[in-house]
Design a protein around this ligand. Structure first.
Ligand SMILES: CC(C)(COP(=O)(O)OP(=O)(O)OC[C@H]1O[C@@H](n2cnc3c(N)ncnc32)[C@H](O)[C@@H]1OP(=O)(O)O)[C@@H](O)C(=O)NCCC(=O)NCCS
Length: 181
């Protein structure tokens, strides 16, 4: 409990400091330092759905994001001021965590946001799960490079798992061994 309070205190104080310096000495704080992760809520859904649509041909609808919130999955956004830049969604059950969605707005990609969100979800899963799983389109080399670099191992293929422009596309399945805190 004490450890949790300390972590919370450090996070709040750090966040307040950065925002204070950004207001008083705007040049002293970089854009990246002002990005923060927080839990997704219903008022984020319009921005989240817009990013989802911008990122792929087969986007989740708002109803799916709403279900994820209602089911109390781990739904997180990365935001700058009041703008959502990306989000990640994870389910957890019986020692297994599953990344259900990870997405960064096209204009905000390649700045470390996807990695930051995924590492954050891994940190949460570490407390309760032994393994993390995810699926990714065979053609999604960006995401595959990210998962490889974090240490995920390819464990199989789900044939025709995804809708695709010319029929169906295979999914690669990845797993990451976690270490309970
Ligand atoms: C996959 C995705 C989440 C990565 O987010 P991102 O914020 O751009 O990624 P980061 O900047 O954190 O980069 C992390 C790593 O991903 C890989 N990567 C990201 N963009 C890449 C690109 N354009 N080409 C090759 N590798 C890339 C690199 O390994 C990178 O590490 P590095 O910067 O140390 O080289 C993002 O491209 C995205 O939202 N894509 C559309 C949705 C999607 O495909 N989601 C995954 C579904 S399984």
């Amino acid at each position: 409990m004490r450890g949790l309070l300390d972590r919370l205190k450090n996070f709040i104080i750090y966040d307040a400091d950065v925002e204070f310096y950004a207001k008083v000495f705007p040049d002293s704080v970089g854009r990246k330092e002002l990005m923060r992760l927080r839990k997704m809520n219903r008022s984020d859904l319009a921005q989240v759905v817009a990013i989802e649509k911008a990122c792929g041909d087969f986007p989740w609808g708002e109803d799916i994001f709403r279900d994820c919130l209602n089911t109390r999955y781990d739904c997180w956004v990365c935001e700058l001021a009041d703008t959502v830049l990306g989000y990640g969604i994870m389910s957890m059950a019986v020692g297994e965590a599953h990344i259900l969605n990870l997405c960064v707005a096209p204009t905000e990609q390649k700045q470390g946001i996807g990695r930051k969100l995924l590492e954050h979800l891994i940190g949460i899963a570490n407390r309760e799960a032994e393994q993390m799983f995810l699926e990714v389109r065979l053609s999604n080399t960006r995401a595959i490079t990210l998962y490889d670099s974090i240490g995920f191992n390819e464990i199989g293929v789900r044939k025709g798992y995804y809708e695709a422009a010319n029929g169906r596309e295979d999914a690669l399945m990845f797993a990451l061994a976690l270490f309970k805190d």
